[in-house]
Design a binder for this molecule. Structure first.
Ligand SMILES: [Zn+2]
Length: 284
């Protein structure tokens, strides 16, 4: 494996990492874009713990040993471009460092569809159902185990081609709809779907748009979502290991054929799952 700094063009920001000096920080890239994931590596003095905050949220960090820690920063798909301060404090010394993550806009393309009105407009009962389902999933995504269950790399949940259509904006009959906040992975009906990493199942449901759906909390602010399943093979509150089969590929809900819709949230931000898979390979 390449050293981190070469593999990722990591930039060390700050001085020496000896005890008593301020924390040092490495980013996987000098700038980020909407929907991106940034891998952080932090070095603090002996016996110190880093506390990292970004956009008023704490970034959970995992110890690597020898005073080094790592964690992921998620940049939401709709994050306004600009520079955002990231603060690192070493505890208990209280030594601090502030850096900025520059977020750039990214054009993921758009799709315009014209569909018959009856296919697009939802009746009152369906609207009510959709709102209830959206509140339920948002509540689940707001909470995450402080203790990370995940370890090392995040793997693709199905074998085969990873077709990334993350972030694409869609317009139906000229009206803006929510952008595609995950990727659609090509797979045949019935193919096993595996947990990307270890975690706890926090939602299993049959939803109007996403059909049979599973949400896994990997702890430390990371969630993965698996939609349109033919079958769910886990229960809520169940602990799952990395690679464990949680369901089978299907086409339930609003879907035009068998595929897996995979979504990832990092600290609540909608990010490109393929970025998390790619970046986390370095952690194997
Ligand atoms: Zn999708």
């Amino acid at each position: 494996m390449l050293p981190w700094c070469l593999a990722f063009l990591f930039l060390w920001v700050g001085g020496a990492g000896a005890a008593g000096s301020s924390p040092e920080i490495l980013f996987s890239s000098p700038s980020a874009y909407q929907g991106d994931v940034v891998l952080l590596k932090v070095r603090v003095g002996k016996g110190e713990t880093p506390m990292i905050s970004w956009l008023e949220r704490e970034i959970p960090m995992v110890p690597l040993g020898k005073g080094e820690w790592y964690g992921f920063v998620g940049i939401d798909l709709n994050c306004e471009p600009g520079g955002y301060p990231l603060k690192i404090s070493a505890m208990p010394s209280g030594l601090e460092k502030g850096v900025r993550i520059k977020v750039e806009s990214k054009d993921y393309g758009e799709r315009r569809l014209t569909l018959p009105r009856e296919m697009v407009e939802l009746d009152e009962a369906t609207l009510k159902r959709v709102r209830k389902e959206s509140a339920a999933i948002n509540a689940v995504l707001e909470t995450s185990s402080a203790e990370p269950f995940w370890k090392g790399a995040f793997h693709a949940p199905v074998d085969g081609e990873l077709s990334g259509t993350f972030g694409r904006r869609s317009f139906i009959n000229g009206e803006a709809r929510s952008p595609h906040s995950g990727v659609d992975l090509k797979a045949d009906q019935g193919v096993p779907v595996k947990a990307m990493n270890s975690g706890r199942v926090v939602l299993t449901a049959d939803r109007f748009f996403s059909g049979l759906s599973v949400v896994v909390d990997h702890g430390g602010g990371i969630h993965s979502m698996y939609f349109h399943l033919e079958k769910i093979l886990v229960k809520e509150k169940q602990q799952v290991a990395k690679g464990e089969i949680i369901g089978r590929v299907g086409s339930t809900g609003r879907s035009t054929g068998p595929h897996l819709h995979l979504g990832v949230r990092v600290n609540g931000a909608r990010v490109d799952p393929l970025r998390l898979i790619g970046l986390s390979k370095e952690l194997e």
